[in-house]
Design a binder for this molecule. Structure first.
Ligand SMILES: [Zn+2]
Length: 496
């Protein structure tokens, strides 16, 4: 999406239009501060305003984040901006820490995306108005700021959690931006309440309205793996393992704040950003849902579905390997049967959660790692030998290449690479690309649930070739169309 004209941006600012939150940032020349369009402060004069399409662009231009409207709480929509999938992929990699640490360079990042460094810089400038390094730097500052305001974490821990590398660098950055040490920001504006559990951290993650929470929760509930996930009282909880460390999280909905509330109980603060990123992905918080719904509703077939479930999200996978295993377990059997198999797998092969890091008593195990399953002598599940073999092959492939599910090249590359794994066909590859790699144009057109869903609304559209043709106009958001069709066909379906 291109930034609207300055006049249009200014009107959004004057009316504090929440629809532009996360899409527009305004730098105010007279104060040196940048704001969200919904900032409660008095609207600055037009001639003092400069408009940006990302927080990073405002920050790179020398503006510092406002302490009242807190730009770090705007919905993170950047990854859906523009038509550049390279930029989206690069942002995902930056979120995963690709530009943190001393050895990390823009050149290496570009290389992973199959681009030249200059090409990547140019794409960033075009779509975000900021360089990749500025984006990474802004990410650190804004995450640290959120932790300062919303938690009671000590400053030293925040420096580590936000990827500053050292407390000194953290202090210097904040002094340069705010002319005071970070802890003074907390005194001034902290609204943090004491955490429910001593070691836990609670954060709010905003989305762009509307958000169909009920559909999301039903989706997760239908697939929840006993011992590893619990859906109860409008809340989703699960165990997590990051780099060998184990904890758990709990997510609930705060509709009045257009946010999800996330409680994280995890022993290592370095994993916080990763965990938050995964929550955003699982709950699809980055979707510019209004644009997507508008686009899909242009097809008269989909219009009623979109009207029925505005804000329907495409759930992501928590982890690429876990998602791929679920997809294989779910081949040819019902969701319920797949769940039972997954529960067995988790209790046989997953590590136990230490009692101090159980956010819910029913959470007992984490999902097994690829390495563990690759080494296991027997997987011990009652399923056809061919599928057991493909499970094993998947584990071995991922154990050798843990980056298999990172965004890469094009969707066709991703699908082709996944298909080299034994037992992963076109359907499974597209399903993994959609949920795990967040390719929002992935579309498993042979899926039986999709075919049933479309046949219900268009009796002429009964083969996957028909469906594929029909789906052309849903690009680049075919994954959302698929989600609508699956949800419409919610009675019985076959996918993991
Ligand atoms: Zn403000």
């Amino acid at each position: 999406m291109e930034l609207p004209t300055p006049e249009a941006c200014y009107r959004a600012l004057q009316s504090r239009d929440a629809r532009f939150d996360g899409l527009i940032f305004v730098g105010v020349r007279s104060t040196g501060i940048y704001c969200r369009p919904v900032c409660p402060a008095r609207t600055p004069k037009f001639e003092h305003c400069r408009f940006f399409s990302s927080a990073a662009a405002a920050q790179e231009a020398g503006f510092r984040p406002c302490l009242r409207c807190r730009p770090e709480t705007a919905p993170h929509l950047a990854s859906w901006r523009g038509t550049s999938t390279s930029v989206s992929r690069a942002l995902a990699l930056i979120d995963a820490g690709a530009l943190d640490g001393d050895g990390a360079t823009v050149e290496k990042l570009a290389e992973r995306l199959g681009l030249g460094e200059r090409q990547l810089r140019r794409l960033f400038l075009q779509h975000l108005g900021a360089s990749p390094l500025a984006v990474a730097q802004t990410r650190r500052v804004l995450f640290a700021k959120q932790l300062i305001h919303e938690t009671r974490m000590p400053m030293t821990q925040i420096a580590i959690a936000a990827g500053f590398g050292s407390v000194r660098r953290f202090n210097e950055t904040f002094r340069a931006l705010f002319h005071r040490p970070p802890r003074e920001l907390r005194r001034k504006t902290s609204t943090a309440s004491p955490p429910a559990k001593e070691a836990s951290v609670n954060l709010r993650l905003r989305y762009r309205s509307p958000y169909d929470w009920n559909s999301m929760l039903s989706f997760l509930q239908a697939r929840a793996i006993p011992g590893m996930e619990v859906v109860e009282a409008d809340t989703y909880a699960r165990t997590v393992e990051i780099d060998g460390t184990i904890g758990s999280i709990e997510v609930s909905h705060l509709p009045r704040h257009q946010s999800l509330s996330v409680t994280i109980l995890f022993p290592d603060v370095r994993a916080l950003y990763t965990i938050v990123g995964r929550v955003r992905r699982l709950f699809d918080l980055g979707a510019d849902i209004v644009t997507i719904d508008d686009h899909l509703a242009r097809d008269p077939l989909l219009a009623p579905l979109v009207a029925e479930r505005p804000g329907l999200r495409a759930p992501g996978g928590w982890d690429g390997f876990e998602l791929a295993v679920r997809a294989i377990l779910g081949q040819q059997i019902t969701v319920t049967a797949a769940r039972r198999l997954a529960a067995q797998l988790v209790s046989l092969h997953g590590r136990r959660v230490p009692p101090a890091y159980k956010i819910h008593p029913a959470l007992t195990h984490v999902f097994p790692t690829a390495k563990h399953l690759a080494m296991a002598e027997s997987i011990g599940l009652g399923m056809p030998a061919a599928r057991l073999k493909s499970l094993k092959a998947l584990a071995e492939t991922v154990a050798l290449d843990p980056n298999l599910f990172r965004p890469q090249g094009t969707i066709d590359n991703a699908v082709a690479q996944l298909r080299t794994i034994r037992g992963v066909g076109e359907w499974t590859a597209h399903y993994i690309a959609l949920r795990a790699m967040r390719e929002m144009d992935a579309f498993p057109s042979t899926d039986i649930g999709l075919l049933r869903g479309i046949a219900r609304i268009d009796t002429n559209c009964i083969t996957s070739a028909n469906l594929e043709q029909r789906a052309e106009s849903w690009r680049p958001w075919r994954a959302y169309a698929a989600q609508h069709l699956w949800t419409a066909d919610s009675s019985r379906s076959l996918h993991a």
